[in-house]
Ligand binder design. Structure first.
Ligand code: AMP
Ligand code: GLY
Length: 424
Protein backbone atom coordinates (compact mmCIF):
# COMPACT_ATOMS: atom_id res chain seq x y z
CA UNK A 1 0.00 0.00 0.00
CA UNK A 2 1.25 3.48 -0.91
CA UNK A 3 0.37 5.73 2.01
CA UNK A 4 0.30 9.50 2.38
CA UNK A 5 0.28 11.06 5.85
CA UNK A 6 -0.80 14.70 5.92
CA UNK A 7 0.67 17.09 8.46
CA UNK A 8 4.02 18.17 9.85
CA UNK A 9 3.88 17.78 13.62
CA UNK A 10 5.14 15.29 16.15
CA UNK A 11 1.85 13.44 15.81
CA UNK A 12 2.44 12.93 12.09
CA UNK A 13 6.02 11.83 12.66
CA UNK A 14 4.77 9.27 15.19
CA UNK A 15 2.01 8.01 12.85
CA UNK A 16 4.49 7.81 9.97
CA UNK A 17 7.05 6.04 12.18
CA UNK A 18 4.49 3.42 13.13
CA UNK A 19 3.08 3.01 9.62
CA UNK A 20 6.65 2.66 8.31
CA UNK A 21 6.88 -0.59 10.33
CA UNK A 22 3.86 -2.14 8.60
CA UNK A 23 4.49 -5.12 6.31
CA UNK A 24 1.55 -3.84 4.24
CA UNK A 25 3.37 -0.63 3.36
CA UNK A 26 5.15 -0.31 0.04
CA UNK A 27 5.93 3.40 0.04
CA UNK A 28 5.35 6.20 2.54
CA UNK A 29 4.94 9.93 1.91
CA UNK A 30 4.42 12.75 4.39
CA UNK A 31 3.00 16.09 3.31
CA UNK A 32 4.62 18.48 4.01
CA UNK A 33 6.42 16.58 6.80
CA UNK A 34 9.36 17.78 8.88
CA UNK A 35 13.03 17.10 9.47
CA UNK A 36 12.17 13.83 11.20
CA UNK A 37 9.74 12.39 8.67
CA UNK A 38 12.30 13.08 5.96
CA UNK A 39 14.43 10.29 7.42
CA UNK A 40 11.69 7.61 7.17
CA UNK A 41 9.49 8.76 4.28
CA UNK A 42 9.45 11.01 1.27
CA UNK A 43 8.34 14.50 2.22
CA UNK A 44 6.07 16.20 -0.32
CA UNK A 45 6.34 19.98 -0.06
CA UNK A 46 2.70 20.84 -0.77
CA UNK A 47 0.50 23.47 0.87
CA UNK A 48 -2.01 21.26 2.69
CA UNK A 49 -4.60 24.05 2.88
CA UNK A 50 -4.82 23.81 -0.92
CA UNK A 51 -7.03 20.74 -1.36
CA UNK A 52 -6.64 20.64 -5.15
CA UNK A 53 -2.86 20.61 -4.75
CA UNK A 54 -3.06 17.79 -2.19
CA UNK A 55 -5.23 15.73 -4.55
CA UNK A 56 -2.99 16.41 -7.54
CA UNK A 57 0.08 15.26 -5.59
CA UNK A 58 -1.74 12.15 -4.33
CA UNK A 59 -2.69 11.27 -7.91
CA UNK A 60 0.84 11.87 -9.15
CA UNK A 61 2.20 9.49 -6.49
CA UNK A 62 -0.46 6.83 -7.02
CA UNK A 63 -1.49 6.92 -3.39
CA UNK A 64 -3.76 4.12 -2.08
CA UNK A 65 -4.53 5.53 1.32
CA UNK A 66 -4.45 9.04 2.80
CA UNK A 67 -4.18 9.64 6.56
CA UNK A 68 -5.04 13.15 7.73
CA UNK A 69 -3.38 14.29 10.97
CA UNK A 70 -4.17 17.90 11.92
CA UNK A 71 -7.39 19.36 13.27
CA UNK A 72 -7.43 22.28 10.83
CA UNK A 73 -7.53 19.89 7.85
CA UNK A 74 -10.29 17.78 9.42
CA UNK A 75 -12.39 20.85 10.12
CA UNK A 76 -11.74 22.26 6.64
CA UNK A 77 -13.15 19.06 5.11
CA UNK A 78 -9.97 17.82 3.45
CA UNK A 79 -11.20 14.25 3.98
CA UNK A 80 -14.39 14.89 1.99
CA UNK A 81 -12.49 16.45 -0.91
CA UNK A 82 -9.87 13.68 -0.98
CA UNK A 83 -12.60 11.01 -0.93
CA UNK A 84 -14.55 12.81 -3.65
CA UNK A 85 -11.41 12.52 -5.78
CA UNK A 86 -11.57 8.73 -5.37
CA UNK A 87 -9.12 8.06 -2.53
CA UNK A 88 -9.60 6.06 0.64
CA UNK A 89 -8.99 8.49 3.47
CA UNK A 90 -8.69 8.31 7.26
CA UNK A 91 -10.41 11.54 8.24
CA UNK A 92 -13.89 12.25 9.53
CA UNK A 93 -16.30 14.14 7.29
CA UNK A 94 -16.55 17.89 7.66
CA UNK A 95 -20.00 17.40 9.18
CA UNK A 96 -18.80 14.98 11.85
CA UNK A 97 -15.59 16.98 12.32
CA UNK A 98 -17.68 19.73 13.88
CA UNK A 99 -17.31 17.70 17.07
CA UNK A 100 -13.98 19.48 17.24
CA UNK A 101 -14.61 22.52 15.05
CA UNK A 102 -17.59 23.85 16.96
CA UNK A 103 -17.95 23.77 20.72
CA UNK A 104 -21.66 24.57 20.41
CA UNK A 105 -22.19 21.64 18.00
CA UNK A 106 -20.77 19.27 20.62
CA UNK A 107 -22.73 20.88 23.43
CA UNK A 108 -25.96 20.49 21.43
CA UNK A 109 -25.10 16.84 20.75
CA UNK A 110 -24.54 16.30 24.48
CA UNK A 111 -27.95 17.83 25.19
CA UNK A 112 -29.66 15.70 22.56
CA UNK A 113 -28.12 12.40 23.65
CA UNK A 114 -27.77 13.00 27.40
CA UNK A 115 -24.00 12.96 27.44
CA UNK A 116 -22.52 14.20 30.73
CA UNK A 117 -20.64 17.47 30.30
CA UNK A 118 -20.36 20.91 31.92
CA UNK A 119 -23.42 23.16 31.90
CA UNK A 120 -23.04 26.02 29.43
CA UNK A 121 -24.44 29.05 27.67
CA UNK A 122 -23.47 30.59 24.32
CA UNK A 123 -23.32 34.29 23.51
CA UNK A 124 -22.76 36.24 20.34
CA UNK A 125 -22.28 39.62 21.96
CA UNK A 126 -20.04 40.93 24.68
CA UNK A 127 -22.68 42.62 26.84
CA UNK A 128 -24.80 39.49 27.33
CA UNK A 129 -21.71 37.35 27.96
CA UNK A 130 -20.51 39.80 30.63
CA UNK A 131 -23.99 39.96 32.15
CA UNK A 132 -24.00 36.17 32.43
CA UNK A 133 -20.69 35.89 34.28
CA UNK A 134 -21.77 38.60 36.74
CA UNK A 135 -24.69 36.36 37.71
CA UNK A 136 -22.62 33.12 37.70
CA UNK A 137 -19.43 34.23 39.44
CA UNK A 138 -16.09 32.35 39.32
CA UNK A 139 -14.45 29.91 38.77
CA UNK A 140 -15.90 29.79 35.29
CA UNK A 141 -14.63 28.78 31.86
CA UNK A 142 -14.65 31.02 28.77
CA UNK A 143 -14.17 29.45 25.32
CA UNK A 144 -13.97 30.90 21.83
CA UNK A 145 -16.53 28.92 19.82
CA UNK A 146 -14.20 27.54 17.19
CA UNK A 147 -10.70 26.30 16.57
CA UNK A 148 -8.08 28.36 18.34
CA UNK A 149 -5.12 25.94 18.39
CA UNK A 150 -5.90 24.96 21.98
CA UNK A 151 -5.44 28.57 23.06
CA UNK A 152 -9.01 29.87 22.99
CA UNK A 153 -9.92 28.65 26.47
CA UNK A 154 -9.63 30.56 29.74
CA UNK A 155 -10.27 28.81 33.02
CA UNK A 156 -11.05 31.98 34.97
CA UNK A 157 -10.51 31.83 38.71
CA UNK A 158 -11.96 35.31 39.20
CA UNK A 159 -14.71 37.38 37.60
CA UNK A 160 -12.08 39.93 36.47
CA UNK A 161 -10.19 37.21 34.60
CA UNK A 162 -13.43 36.06 32.97
CA UNK A 163 -14.26 39.65 31.95
CA UNK A 164 -10.86 40.01 30.34
CA UNK A 165 -11.24 36.75 28.40
CA UNK A 166 -14.65 37.77 27.08
CA UNK A 167 -13.42 41.19 26.01
CA UNK A 168 -10.40 39.58 24.31
CA UNK A 169 -12.61 37.16 22.43
CA UNK A 170 -14.96 39.78 21.07
CA UNK A 171 -12.12 42.11 20.20
CA UNK A 172 -10.90 39.56 17.68
CA UNK A 173 -8.05 37.82 19.52
CA UNK A 174 -9.12 34.53 17.86
CA UNK A 175 -10.47 35.95 14.59
CA UNK A 176 -13.62 34.22 13.36
CA UNK A 177 -13.30 31.63 16.13
CA UNK A 178 -14.08 34.36 18.65
CA UNK A 179 -17.30 35.58 17.02
CA UNK A 180 -19.16 33.68 19.73
CA UNK A 181 -18.22 32.46 23.19
CA UNK A 182 -19.29 29.41 25.09
CA UNK A 183 -19.28 29.93 28.85
CA UNK A 184 -19.09 26.77 30.91
CA UNK A 185 -19.49 25.61 34.43
CA UNK A 186 -16.07 24.84 35.96
CA UNK A 187 -15.48 21.11 36.42
CA UNK A 188 -13.13 19.97 39.13
CA UNK A 189 -11.07 16.83 38.72
CA UNK A 190 -8.23 15.23 36.83
CA UNK A 191 -8.20 15.21 33.06
CA UNK A 192 -7.72 12.13 30.93
CA UNK A 193 -7.77 11.63 27.17
CA UNK A 194 -9.50 8.57 25.76
CA UNK A 195 -8.92 7.51 22.15
CA UNK A 196 -11.38 5.34 20.27
CA UNK A 197 -11.44 4.34 16.60
CA UNK A 198 -14.88 4.51 15.01
CA UNK A 199 -15.69 3.31 11.49
CA UNK A 200 -19.15 4.87 11.51
CA UNK A 201 -20.64 2.01 13.48
CA UNK A 202 -18.07 -0.18 15.21
CA UNK A 203 -16.00 1.26 18.03
CA UNK A 204 -12.50 0.03 18.85
CA UNK A 205 -11.14 1.64 22.02
CA UNK A 206 -7.42 2.35 21.82
CA UNK A 207 -6.11 3.60 25.13
CA UNK A 208 -5.86 6.49 27.56
CA UNK A 209 -3.25 9.19 28.02
CA UNK A 210 -2.65 12.26 30.10
CA UNK A 211 -1.43 15.49 28.55
CA UNK A 212 0.26 18.49 30.22
CA UNK A 213 -1.22 21.59 28.63
CA UNK A 214 0.44 24.37 30.63
CA UNK A 215 3.79 25.71 29.49
CA UNK A 216 5.68 25.47 32.78
CA UNK A 217 6.38 23.10 35.68
CA UNK A 218 3.65 22.53 38.23
CA UNK A 219 1.00 23.15 35.54
CA UNK A 220 1.60 26.88 35.55
CA UNK A 221 1.90 29.38 32.71
CA UNK A 222 -0.18 29.72 29.56
CA UNK A 223 -2.03 26.88 27.84
CA UNK A 224 -0.15 25.27 24.97
CA UNK A 225 -0.85 22.53 22.42
CA UNK A 226 0.65 20.12 25.00
CA UNK A 227 4.08 19.96 26.66
CA UNK A 228 4.26 16.26 27.38
CA UNK A 229 2.14 13.17 27.92
CA UNK A 230 2.15 9.63 29.15
CA UNK A 231 0.08 6.56 28.42
CA UNK A 232 -1.80 4.71 29.75
CA UNK A 233 -3.36 6.91 32.46
CA UNK A 234 -3.88 4.57 35.43
CA UNK A 235 -5.80 7.31 37.28
CA UNK A 236 -8.80 6.23 35.23
CA UNK A 237 -10.36 3.20 36.90
CA UNK A 238 -12.00 0.46 34.86
CA UNK A 239 -15.39 1.63 36.20
CA UNK A 240 -14.72 5.17 34.97
CA UNK A 241 -13.57 3.78 31.65
CA UNK A 242 -16.72 1.67 31.23
CA UNK A 243 -18.84 4.65 32.20
CA UNK A 244 -17.11 6.90 29.68
CA UNK A 245 -17.54 4.35 26.89
CA UNK A 246 -21.16 3.69 27.73
CA UNK A 247 -22.37 7.20 28.51
CA UNK A 248 -20.08 9.40 26.44
CA UNK A 249 -18.37 7.69 23.49
CA UNK A 250 -21.07 5.19 22.47
CA UNK A 251 -23.95 7.71 22.51
CA UNK A 252 -21.80 10.12 20.49
CA UNK A 253 -21.11 7.56 17.77
CA UNK A 254 -24.70 6.31 17.76
CA UNK A 255 -26.07 9.86 17.82
CA UNK A 256 -23.99 11.00 14.86
CA UNK A 257 -24.93 7.87 12.89
CA UNK A 258 -28.60 8.43 13.71
CA UNK A 259 -28.36 12.01 12.47
CA UNK A 260 -27.03 10.67 9.17
CA UNK A 261 -23.51 12.00 9.73
CA UNK A 262 -21.61 8.94 10.98
CA UNK A 263 -18.18 9.47 12.48
CA UNK A 264 -15.28 7.69 10.77
CA UNK A 265 -11.93 8.35 12.34
CA UNK A 266 -10.46 8.57 15.79
CA UNK A 267 -12.61 10.04 18.54
CA UNK A 268 -10.44 11.79 21.06
CA UNK A 269 -12.50 12.41 24.15
CA UNK A 270 -11.09 14.89 26.67
CA UNK A 271 -12.61 13.78 29.97
CA UNK A 272 -12.74 15.27 33.44
CA UNK A 273 -12.85 12.67 36.20
CA UNK A 274 -15.22 14.48 38.54
CA UNK A 275 -16.79 13.31 41.79
CA UNK A 276 -19.96 12.65 39.80
CA UNK A 277 -18.10 10.46 37.30
CA UNK A 278 -16.37 11.22 34.01
CA UNK A 279 -17.68 14.22 32.09
CA UNK A 280 -16.83 15.34 28.60
CA UNK A 281 -14.57 18.40 28.43
CA UNK A 282 -14.28 18.39 24.67
CA UNK A 283 -13.97 16.18 21.62
CA UNK A 284 -11.20 16.30 19.12
CA UNK A 285 -11.74 14.71 15.75
CA UNK A 286 -8.18 13.49 15.20
CA UNK A 287 -5.25 12.00 17.07
CA UNK A 288 -3.78 13.99 19.96
CA UNK A 289 -0.45 15.71 19.82
CA UNK A 290 1.59 14.70 21.88
CA UNK A 291 -0.63 11.76 22.97
CA UNK A 292 -0.07 9.99 19.65
CA UNK A 293 3.66 9.88 20.28
CA UNK A 294 3.19 7.87 23.48
CA UNK A 295 0.45 5.70 22.00
CA UNK A 296 2.55 4.74 18.99
CA UNK A 297 5.49 3.79 21.23
CA UNK A 298 3.19 1.43 23.14
CA UNK A 299 1.26 -0.05 20.24
CA UNK A 300 2.25 -3.61 19.39
CA UNK A 301 -0.32 -4.10 16.62
CA UNK A 302 0.12 -2.97 13.05
CA UNK A 303 -1.46 0.51 12.87
CA UNK A 304 -1.99 0.61 9.12
CA UNK A 305 -4.78 -2.02 8.85
CA UNK A 306 -6.54 -0.43 11.83
CA UNK A 307 -6.62 2.99 10.18
CA UNK A 308 -7.63 1.48 6.85
CA UNK A 309 -10.45 -0.55 8.45
CA UNK A 310 -11.67 2.60 10.21
CA UNK A 311 -11.77 4.46 6.91
CA UNK A 312 -13.55 1.65 5.06
CA UNK A 313 -16.16 0.66 7.66
CA UNK A 314 -14.58 -2.74 8.31
CA UNK A 315 -13.34 -2.35 11.86
CA UNK A 316 -15.50 -5.16 13.22
CA UNK A 317 -13.33 -8.08 14.37
CA UNK A 318 -10.17 -6.00 14.63
CA UNK A 319 -8.23 -5.99 17.86
CA UNK A 320 -5.37 -3.92 19.18
CA UNK A 321 -2.47 -5.12 21.29
CA UNK A 322 -0.32 -2.90 23.50
CA UNK A 323 3.12 -3.37 24.98
CA UNK A 324 2.99 -4.01 28.69
CA UNK A 325 4.77 -0.73 29.44
CA UNK A 326 4.27 2.96 30.04
CA UNK A 327 5.34 5.55 27.52
CA UNK A 328 6.14 9.15 28.32
CA UNK A 329 7.05 12.04 26.04
CA UNK A 330 8.68 15.37 26.83
CA UNK A 331 8.21 18.25 24.42
CA UNK A 332 11.20 20.43 23.70
CA UNK A 333 9.90 23.80 22.54
CA UNK A 334 11.50 27.02 21.34
CA UNK A 335 11.89 29.60 24.13
CA UNK A 336 8.95 31.99 23.94
CA UNK A 337 6.39 29.35 22.93
CA UNK A 338 3.35 29.50 23.13
CA UNK A 339 3.94 33.23 22.56
CA UNK A 340 6.37 34.68 20.01
CA UNK A 341 9.51 32.71 19.26
CA UNK A 342 12.30 32.74 16.74
CA UNK A 343 13.00 30.14 14.08
CA UNK A 344 16.21 28.72 12.68
CA UNK A 345 18.24 27.97 15.82
CA UNK A 346 20.53 24.95 15.49
CA UNK A 347 19.90 21.70 17.36
CA UNK A 348 22.74 19.29 18.06
CA UNK A 349 22.78 15.80 19.52
CA UNK A 350 19.16 14.94 18.74
CA UNK A 351 20.09 12.24 16.24
CA UNK A 352 21.33 8.78 16.93
CA UNK A 353 19.56 8.70 20.31
CA UNK A 354 16.84 6.26 19.23
CA UNK A 355 16.83 2.80 20.82
CA UNK A 356 14.06 0.22 21.37
CA UNK A 357 13.01 2.26 24.43
CA UNK A 358 13.54 5.79 23.16
CA UNK A 359 12.42 7.66 20.07
CA UNK A 360 12.92 11.33 19.32
CA UNK A 361 9.94 12.42 17.25
CA UNK A 362 10.29 15.67 15.39
CA UNK A 363 7.67 18.40 15.22
CA UNK A 364 8.89 21.84 14.09
CA UNK A 365 12.25 20.88 12.62
CA UNK A 366 13.82 21.22 9.23
CA UNK A 367 17.10 20.16 7.72
CA UNK A 368 19.64 22.45 6.20
CA UNK A 369 22.24 20.15 4.74
CA UNK A 370 23.60 18.22 7.70
CA UNK A 371 22.26 20.75 10.21
CA UNK A 372 18.99 20.32 12.10
CA UNK A 373 17.13 23.60 12.69
CA UNK A 374 14.18 24.55 14.86
CA UNK A 375 11.27 25.58 12.69
CA UNK A 376 8.32 25.96 15.04
CA UNK A 377 7.07 26.26 18.62
CA UNK A 378 7.00 22.61 19.63
CA UNK A 379 10.15 21.12 18.11
CA UNK A 380 11.17 17.71 19.49
CA UNK A 381 9.22 15.03 21.39
CA UNK A 382 11.60 12.83 23.35
CA UNK A 383 9.57 9.68 23.96
CA UNK A 384 10.52 6.70 26.13
CA UNK A 385 9.13 3.40 27.37
CA UNK A 386 9.46 2.11 30.93
CA UNK A 387 8.03 -0.36 33.40
CA UNK A 388 6.68 2.57 35.39
CA UNK A 389 5.93 6.18 34.55
CA UNK A 390 8.96 7.04 36.66
CA UNK A 391 11.24 4.80 34.61
CA UNK A 392 9.87 6.16 31.34
CA UNK A 393 10.37 9.70 32.70
CA UNK A 394 13.99 9.06 33.69
CA UNK A 395 14.75 7.64 30.28
CA UNK A 396 13.00 10.48 28.45
CA UNK A 397 14.87 13.18 30.41
CA UNK A 398 18.17 11.43 29.76
CA UNK A 399 17.28 11.86 26.09
CA UNK A 400 16.32 15.51 26.60
CA UNK A 401 19.61 16.16 28.39
CA UNK A 402 21.57 14.67 25.52
CA UNK A 403 20.16 17.30 23.16
CA UNK A 404 22.22 20.46 22.84
CA UNK A 405 19.83 23.27 21.97
CA UNK A 406 20.27 26.49 23.97
CA UNK A 407 17.19 28.08 22.35
CA UNK A 408 14.94 25.27 23.59
CA UNK A 409 13.15 24.55 26.85
CA UNK A 410 11.05 21.77 28.29
CA UNK A 411 9.07 21.10 31.42
CA UNK A 412 10.99 18.98 33.93
CA UNK A 413 7.98 17.40 35.61
CA UNK A 414 6.08 15.53 32.91
CA UNK A 415 4.22 12.64 34.55
CA UNK A 416 4.32 14.20 38.02
CA UNK A 417 0.80 13.23 39.03
CA UNK A 418 1.28 9.57 38.28
CA UNK A 419 4.80 9.48 39.71
CA UNK A 420 3.43 10.90 42.98
CA UNK A 421 0.85 8.10 42.99
CA UNK A 422 3.48 5.49 42.18
CA UNK A 423 5.43 6.64 45.25
CA UNK A 424 2.54 5.99 47.64
P1 AMP B 1 -10.60 22.63 25.64
O1 AMP B 1 -9.91 23.33 24.51
O2 AMP B 1 -12.08 22.72 25.60
O3 AMP B 1 -10.06 21.27 25.87
O4 AMP B 1 -10.11 23.36 26.97
C1 AMP B 1 -8.75 23.47 27.28
C2 AMP B 1 -8.53 23.10 28.71
O5 AMP B 1 -9.27 23.95 29.58
C3 AMP B 1 -9.02 21.72 29.06
O6 AMP B 1 -8.12 20.75 28.71
C4 AMP B 1 -9.23 21.84 30.55
O7 AMP B 1 -7.99 21.76 31.23
C5 AMP B 1 -9.74 23.22 30.70
N1 AMP B 1 -11.20 23.22 30.71
C6 AMP B 1 -12.02 23.31 29.65
N2 AMP B 1 -13.31 23.27 30.02
C7 AMP B 1 -13.32 23.16 31.35
C8 AMP B 1 -14.36 23.10 32.33
N3 AMP B 1 -15.66 23.19 32.01
N4 AMP B 1 -13.99 22.98 33.63
C9 AMP B 1 -12.69 22.94 33.99
N5 AMP B 1 -11.67 23.01 33.12
C10 AMP B 1 -11.97 23.12 31.80
N1 GLY C 1 -2.80 17.25 23.17
C1 GLY C 1 -3.78 18.18 22.85
C2 GLY C 1 -4.32 18.08 21.51
O1 GLY C 1 -3.90 17.29 20.69
O2 GLY C 1 -5.25 18.83 21.22
Amino acid sequence: MRVLVIGSGGREHALAWKIAQSPKLTKLFVMPGNGGTEAIAENLPVDITDHAAVIAAAKAQNIDFVVVGPDAQVVAGLGDDVRAAGFTCFCPSKEAGQLEGSKSFTKALCDEFDIPTAGYARFEDEASALGYIYTQGAPIVIKADGLAAGKGVTVAMSVEEAEEAIIDCFSGAFGESGAAVVIEEFMEGEEVSLFVLCDGETLLPLTTAQDHKRAFDGDTGPNTGGMGAYSPAPVMTSEQYEFAMQHIVEPTARGLAKRGTPYQGVLYAGLMLTDQGPKLVEYNARFGDPETQVMMMRMESDLLPLLHATATGTLKGHDVIWKDAYALTVIMATKGYPGDYGKGSEINGAEGLDTDDLTVFHAGTKRDGSRLLANGGRVLNVTALGNSVREAQDRAYRGVDAVDWPEGFSRRDIGWREIARERT
